[in-house]
Design a protein around this ligand. Structure first.
Ligand code: GDD
Ligand code: MN
Length: 244
């Protein structure tokens, strides 16, 4: 079973040398990494190329001209991965808030028959970092509550970015419909997946605060997320399994 892990990176040079060995040593057969770098000022793109050269055939690096956002990075990564024969397609942050050792548990959910496995901070056994600032904790909790309520989403953590897709399910997703690019992207995609009838499972994990570098979360990204949820509802509420 081959797996590709898509990781958007923007100023993650401190994390990459630790992250790659942690992922490549996982007990998953035929595991590859795809980095999407947006010309990070800290040289993450060049560093990723160097690490790729040290691990022949296992790491691919895609470069974009400038910071274009998380959502479009994922859509690019999904498309490139679907051109390969990867069976499982994982997505995660580069900063260790998504624990590498939980990746096999996401894969196990797919083995059980799920189409999409969500890493979840809000199912029993999951949690967010104690040292996350209060505003970030509240925002994440409230964001999840707000999105689930408006979209009637039966998911505990629809805003999270730690996920794994079964290839066939990912290929069915109409990503050309996606309108959000910031953090609302995760919610929009989860909603489309739910409306299309994908079998979605949740795996608890502990979301650690990043040790190095900075979050790209900003006020404008949060404001976008709040109103986007309504747009996501009106655009996609007619989606049905088997058609769009
Ligand atoms: N290429 C690229 N371009 N990468 C980006 C960009 C961008 O514009 N913005 C962020 N990234 C990368 C970061 O380098 C990191 O690897 C990952 O995408 C997530 O960004 P973070 O800045 O670490 O996000 P976060 O930790 O604040 O937010 C996480 O949790 C949210 C829910 O609480 C992410 O997983 C979000 O997707 C999630 O919605
Ligand atoms: Mn992060």
């Amino acid at each position: 079973m081959s797996t590709t892990i898509i990781i958007p990176i923007y100023n993650e040079a401190k994390n990459l040398p630790r992250l790659v060995p942690a992922l490549l040593s996982l007990a998953l057969p035929d595991l590859n990494i795809l980095f999407i770098d947006d010309n990070s000022p800290d040289g993450s793109g060049e560093l990723a190329e160097k690490i790729a050269a040290e691990n022949p055939g296992r790491i691919q690096v895609e470069h974009r001209q400038g910071k274009m956002g998380l959502g479009s990075a994922y859509v690019l990564g999904y498309g490139l991965t679907l051109e390969t024969d990867a069976q499982y397609v994982c997505q995660m942050d580069a900063d260790f808030s998504h624990p590498p050792d939980k990746v096999p548990e996401l894969a196990a959910k797919l083995e059980e028959g799920c189409d999409l496995a969500l890493g979840s901070r809000y199912v029993p056994g999951g949690a967010v970092a104690e040292n996350w600032p209060m505003w970030r904790k509240s925002l994440s909790r409230f964001g999840n509550f707000y999105a689930s309520a408006i979209l009637s989403l039966p998911l505990s953590d629809s805003t999270g970015g730690f996920r794994m897709w079964r290839r066939e399910a990912l290929a069915k997703m109409p990503f050309e419909r996606v309108v959000s690019n910031g953090y609302a992207f995760q919610v929009e995609v989860a909603y489309m997946a739910h409306k299309l009838g994908l079998r979605i499972g949740e795996v608890p994990f502990y979301f650690a605060d990043r040790k190095w570098g900075q979050s790209k979360m900003s006020l404008s990204i949060q404001i976008e997320a709040a109103w986007r949820v309504w747009q996501v509802l009106f655009r996609n509420r007619g989606l049905r399994p088997g058609g769009d």
